[in-house]
Structures are given as structure tokens and as C-alpha cells.
Design a protein around this ligand. Structure first.
Ligand code: HEM
Length: 475
């Protein structure tokens, strides 16, 4: 038996309560008045990333915002970001915002801290070794071919849905050894409802932990239960398979069969559930967003689309090996530029577990520190033509792709986070995004019919909050 949504919510409330420690009054960095900040964030809920962008324009290394009892510090100095997230990473915990995801994710890799996090990270890491990822490339191409086969010239699709279905298929085949394509629609709908709740969670209503039984709250709980049921079925199926003699090296087989030195199961049913939920969600939603924005940017910048097409057409066959990927520097560059302008993880936070001097200010234990990929990836102090889609900034003089090519200081470019909490799926995501984009771009042009800056939903990820109608054109 695993826990219910109510039980996980109660645990999350207790954790949040334990993080609300009394902080002595100390001088805090300058920032907007708390009420005004709160109001602006609530009013601009569909674009709080713009709120952070506006704060960045004040050119302060750190801005303080008092949100209720919370002292939040937003860092705009790359040195300060590096100092907190990397150098002092071990003195921090995941921030309050992420605790709101516990009713859904439980104590999985994304939310766990300390010894639990380390034990799980070590156990799961082998699934993401370079050699394993090379072995996933053929599965990724096969999934893209299935999507390709379902399109015909002139078909209108919703590109966000299509990319989400495709990346769910990929994570299913590779990490879980299961076919999840059939679950895509139910999962997308439920996830949407849950993420709306998280978006509302920014602010005093904190919907995911709310005790007020509004209709919206009931819908959120039901949506989490639906996701629980899907993940529960995945685990039940794999448990049956193992009983029938199945031998595999996927996440579930690994977690369900692993034993410690005393021969006891290494992971409880709850731990298996939490990691499965974390990897199925973290492992597909972010890459789907990267691809959705890549198609959008290519559609609105036809000269760069032609630049990309020239490269993918030069491949003799769809990319299916690591060697093929080395021939796709422009595709990597488009993926990088998509994540620069529209980082799927747009803000990350830490809770200080010790008093810490940050950007010249002595912040007491319990302070919250945020760094926004959205703000730093578009900061004109570090990027030329910061708001323009210019994928060639990622290429070296020799035409190879290099994340260091734009020569920005460390602490400015961090789509996958930092240090020991850096994304476990980073290499997987690069490989996947490049394989899927190149495979589809060889056959199709996607005409995304959405204006340049659609309304956004800023929850854990930054996602368009409108349908994304797209005409697919055969090439
Ligand atoms: C473009 C795609 C992706 C982006 C932009 C992204 C971004 C991130 C970021 C920023 C973090 C750190 C969060 C923090 O420090 O609070 C993170 C962590 C994580 N990501 Fe990703 N991710 C992507 C794809 C994936 C994929 C494909 C998987 C799995 C298959 C994955 C699984 C995870 C997990 C499990 C963590 C927690 C790691 C830990 O703390 O040990 N992500 N991701």
C-alpha cells in the first residue's frame, strides 16, 4: 500500500511548518514593498516571469521580497548564484515552493534532501550513463517515426500535445520499458489541472496544501489520484512481469528487485511510487516544452529554419547513433537557444539551512534564495541581442556546438541547474531533443500559428497557457 494524496499533503504541510523558522530581524537587501510585490505577482500570474525580468532590470545583485512571513531573495549576480547553489549547496534544502509538489511527487529525487536523496541518486544514476543513453537513441528515433507516421500534409495538430505525447512515449520505452503512448491524453489533462494548482500556489492561497475544499482543490486532488492510478498500473504490470520471469534493466525492475546486504528489499513501495512519478513527469514535460518552443521559434524565424534544414537533410539516414549526433551541431544549437529563451525550468530555489553571507548580506537560516533561468538567460549584461533567436551563438569558429561558445560567466546559463542537484536527465534530454527535432525536421515543416509571446502558466515549469494550433507541411 502506498500513501494517499491526503497523507502526502499532510506530510508536506509538516515539512513546510518545520521550515518556517523564526528569523531575527536583520538588514535585508533592497526590494519592492511586500504587498506590492505580492499583488503584482498575483495579478501577473500568467506572466510572473516578467515580474522577475522587471526586477532584474533594477541591476541589483540581490533583491529582497517579503512574501507574508517568507523572506525571499532573488539573485541576479552570477557570482552569488554560484556561491549559494554550488559552493554552499550542501548548506541548503529545496525551497518551500517545491515542497508544494509533494502531494504529487512525494519524496522523489526532485524533492528529497540529504541521505534519502543521495541513496536514490546513486541507485538511479546507472540508467543515465552515457552508454545507456546511446542505446536509447534508436528507441527515440522509433518514437519520432510513429509520430511522423500519424501526420499528413496539411494536418492541424496542437504541437504542445504532440510533443508531450512523443516525449512520454520516449520515457516509457527507455526508462520504464513500457508503452505509455496510450496514457498520454489522460496524463496531460491531469497534469494540466495539477500544474494550475501549483501556479496558484505562488502566493497566500497555496492551493496544493490548502485545507479549503473548493471545487478547484477537489479537481486537483482528483487529478493527482488519476496520475497515481496510472503510475500504480505501471508498477503493478512490472511486478507481474517480474513474477513471470521478466528480466530487465529499467527503473521499475531495478527498484523492485534491488536488495540490500541482508537480502531485504532496498526500496519500499512508497519509494518506488515516488521515483516512478518523479521520472515520468520530470522526464517528459520539460523536453516536450523545449521542443514546442523550438518549433515555434523555427516557424517565426524562417531563415534559421532553412539553416537547420540544410543540416538535417545532409544526414544520409535519420539519426540513430551517437556518430550521427556529432553531425548535428546546428540542431544542438537550436535546442540550446530554445532553452535559453524559454527555459522549461524557469526558476529554482533553495532554503538556507544555515546563516549565510550572500552578495554581501548576512542572511539568517530559513531565508529563501531564488535564481531565475528566465531572467539570467535573457540578461543583456551577458548576452548580445539577448531577446533574439540567434542559434549560431552556440557554435565555435570551427562550427562545432559548444555550451561555452557564448562565453557567459558561470551562474548565467543553467537550464539544468547546479552541482549535486543538477538534473539527472541532462544528457538524456539533450540527446532526446536533438534526435526528435532532427528526425521530424527531415520530413516536416511545422507552421505554429501562435503569436510570439502567448500567455504563460508559470508553475514548476513555464508553459504556454493557450492551445498551440500548428499546420504540419510535408517537405
Ligand atoms: C529539457 C529538459 C529538462 C530540463 C530543462 C530539466 C531541468 C531540470 C532542473 C533545472 C533541475 C534542477 C532543479 C533544482 O535544482 O531544484 C532538474 C532536476 C531533475 N531532473 Fe530534469 N530537466 C530536463 C529533463 C529531464 C529528464 C529527461 C529527466 C529524466 C528522464 C529529468 C529528471 C530530473 C530529476 C530526477 C531531477 C532531480 C535531480 C536531483 O535532485 O537529484 N529531467 N531538471
Amino acid at each position: 500500500m502506498t500513501s494517499t494524496v491526503t497523507e502526502r499533503t499532510e506530510r508536506a504541510r509538516n515539512i513546510v511548518a518545520s521550515m518556517r523558522v523564526k528569523q531575527d530581524p536583520v538588514p535585508r537587501p533592497p526590494g519592492p514593498n511586500g504587498l506590492k510585490a505580492m499583488w503584482t505577482m498575483m495579478a501577473g500570474r500568467r506572466a510572473p516571469h516578467e515580474f522577475f525580468g522587471a526586477l532584474a532590470a533594477r541591476h541589483q545583485p540581490v533583491v529582497h521580497v517579503a512574501l507574508g512571513a517568507e523572506h525571499v531573495h532573488i539573485l541576479f549576480s552570477p557570482e552569488a548564484i554560484w556561491d549559494v547553489f554550488v559552493t554552499n549547496g550542501r548548506h541548503t534544502r529545496k525551497s518551500l515552493g517545491l515542497q508544494l509538489t509533494r502531494p504529487l511527487l512525494g519524496d522523489g529525487l526532485l524533492t528529497a534532501d540529504g541521505a534519502t536523496h543521495l541513496r536514490h541518486r546513486r541507485a538511479i544514476q546507472p540508467l543515465f550513463h552515457n552508454k545507456r543513453i546511446e542505446g536509447y537513441i534508436a528507441d527515440m528515433t522509433a518514437a519520432a517515426d510513429l509520430t511522423s507516421g500519424s501526420w499528413s500534409d496539411g494536418t492541424v495538430i496542437d504541437v504542445a500535445h504532440a510533443m508531450s505525447e512523443l516525449t512520454l512515449d520516449v520515457i516509457g520505452r527507455t526508462i520504464f520499458g513500457l508503452n505509455l503512448r496510450a496514457e498520454a491524453q489522460d496524463m496531460a489533462q491531469a497534469l494540466n489541472t495539477v500544474l494550475e494548482g501549483f501556479a496558484r500556489g505562488i502566493g497566500p492561497l497555496a492551493s496544493p496544501l490548502s485545507r479549503v475544499p473548493t471545487a478547484q482543490r477537489r479537481r486537483e486532488i482528483q487529478a493527482i489520484e488519476e496520475l497515481d492510478a496510472i503510475v500504480g498500473q505501471m508498477i503493478a504490470q512490472r511486478t507481474r512481469d517480474i513474477g513471470d520471469g521478466y528480466v530487465g534493466s529499467d527503473l521499475l525492475t531495478m527498484m523492485l528487485t534491488s536488495t540490500d546486504d541482508a537480502g531485504e528489499a532496498s526500496f519500499t513501495a512508497e519509494e518506488v511510487r515516488d521515483e516512478a512519478m518523479t521520472l515520468v513527469l520530470a522526464g517528459h514535460e520539460t523536453t516536450a516544452l523545449t521542443l514546442t518552443w523550438a518549433w515555434h521559434l523555427l516557424a517565426t524565424n524562417p531563415q534559421w529554419r532553412a539553416w537547420l534544414t540544410e543540416e538535417v537533410d545532409a544526414l544520409a539516414e535519420p539519426p540513430s547513433t551517437a556518430d550521427h549526433l556529432r553531425q548535428l551541431p546546428r540542431t544542438y544549437a537550436v535546442v540550446a537557444e530554445s532553452m535559453r529563451l524559454h527555459p522549461p525550468a524557469w526558476i529554482i530555489g533553495r532554503w538556507l539551512d544555515t546563516d549565510l553571507r550572500v552578495a554581501g548580506w548576512d542572511l539568517p537560516r530559513g531565508s529563501v534564495v531564488l535564481a531565475s533561468q528566465y531572467a539570467m538567460h535573457r540578461d543583456p549584461r551577458f548576452w548580445s541581442d539577448a531577446h533574439a533567436f540567434r542559434p549560431d551563438r552556440w557554435l565555435t569558429g570551427e562550427g562545432t556546438f559548444d555550451e561555452r561558445a557564448p562565453r557567459v560567466p558561470r551562474g548565467v546559463w543553467f537550464p539544468f541547474g547546479f552541482g549535486t542537484r543538477r538534473c539527472i536527465g541532462e544528457h538524456f534530454a539533450w540527446t532526446e531533443a536533438v534526435v526528435l527535432l532532427a528526425t521530424l525536421a527531415r520530413r516536416w515543416e511545422l507552421d505554429v500559428q501562435v503569436p510570439a509571446d502567448p500567455p504563460m502558466m508559470s508553475a514548476i515549469t513555464l508553459r504556454p497557457d493557450v492551445p498551440m494550433p500548428t499546420v504540419v507541411r510535408s517537405r
